[in-house]
Design a protein around this ligand. Structure first.
Ligand code: C2E
Ligand code: MG
Ligand code: MG
Ligand code: MG
Length: 279
């Protein structure tokens, strides 16, 4: 097309767009082999009970250490994996790795913790997620209640009835369900009533301005009150300072996660959080 329309057309591509396209092509090709080459890794960010700063578990966060591209953040490669239809396979790898780690921690005698795994809207829409989760739990002999699946509001944008069925099936396995990045999506509050959500995770966009920003403070207090009225647990993510942690604890937020309490760590450093106790 570019050839037929001549060089003028090509110049209409911005440098930005060109880089984006190149990114997608190069990254896509590398990503296809990432699992086979052992380039994927999970890091674990600790989660703490706000009241006494006791460790409640970890969120598994995917890292891609590409031999050719270096460290690529998930916000960049996950959309590409989805566009190329690779997320099903990558998601399966994530579930397996998280359950294997959970088992390893159990075998070391650690108790009463959960591991949270992120599942994208596309993974939830596709057939087979429930079977993947069930198989990973069985393979590693993990009690289902120790696995927490994090979904986002964008999952509710399409095929609502199907998502509802999938979530019901996931709950029937006995796992926990969390709604991630709460407050930034476009979903209706009616979904909170309809879907079997155990935990709301307040998006870091609302945490950032705490404790001084009056609007953020009001939004956060309202989300906490609503979650509790609905008998849900509420967590805050992106907690980056002591002042934010103090505000959230005083406001009745149940759990805290963020760089102030601990960044995402590779194993075995993450495991040391069990014994260290208070951050
Ligand atoms: P998320 O699930 O909302 O994860 C929280 C993100 O906030 C993580 O970014 C985490 O490293 C970052 N974070 C934690 N504490 C702080 C803090 O104090 N300040 C700031 N500024 N950021 C903090 P990360 O690891 O880059 O992940 C980005 C997103 O990629 C995740 O957002 C999640 O949506 C997605 N993701 C990560 N791993 C997976 C995965 O295995 N599967 C899927 N489908 N998505 C994943
Ligand atoms: Mg998450
Ligand atoms: Mg989040
Ligand atoms: Mg987020």
């Amino acid at each position: 097309l570019a050839k037929r329309e001549g060089r003028d057309r090509v110049s209409e591509f911005s440098v930005e767009q060109m880089r984006d396209l190149e990114d997608r092509l190069v990254m896509g090709n590398q990503l296809r082999d990432a699992i086979r080459h052992g380039e994927l890794e999970l890091h674990y960010q600790p989660q703490y009970r706000a009241a006494d700063r006791r460790l409640t578990g970890f969120e598994a966060l995917l890292r891609w250490n590409s031999r050719n591209l270096g460290q690529v953040p998930p916000a960049r490669f996950i959309p590409i994996a989805e566009a190329l239809g690779l997320m099903h396979e990558i998601g399966e790898w994530v579930l397996d790795a998280a359950c294997r780690q959970l088992r390893a921690w159990l075998d070391r005698g650690h108790r009463d913790f959960t591991v949270a795994v992120n599942v994208s809207a596309q993974q939830l829409q596709r057939h087979g997620l429930v079977a993947q989760v069930g198989a990973a739990l069985q393979r590693h002999n993990v009690p289902p209640a120790m696995l927490d699946i994090e979904i986002t509001e964008s999952s509710f944008m399409e095929n609502v009835w199907r998502v509802q069925r999938t979530l019901a099936e996931l709950k029937a396995l006995g796992i926990k369900l969390s709604l991630d990045d709460f407050g930034t999506g476009y979903s209706s509050l009616a979904y909170l009533k309809q879907f079997p959500i155990d935990k709301l995770k307040i998006d870091q966009a609302f945490v950032r301005g705490l404790p001084t920003d009056a609007a953020d403070a009001a939004i956060v207090r309202t989300i906490i009150a609503m979650a509790h009225e609905l008998h849900m647990c509420v967590a805050a993510e992106g907690v980056a300072s002591q002042a934010q942690a103090d505000f959230l604890a005083a406001a009745g937020c149940d759990e805290l996660q963020g760089n102030h309490l601990g960044p995402a760590l590779r194993t075995p450093q993450a495991g040391e959080r069990f014994v260290d106790g208070e951050p």
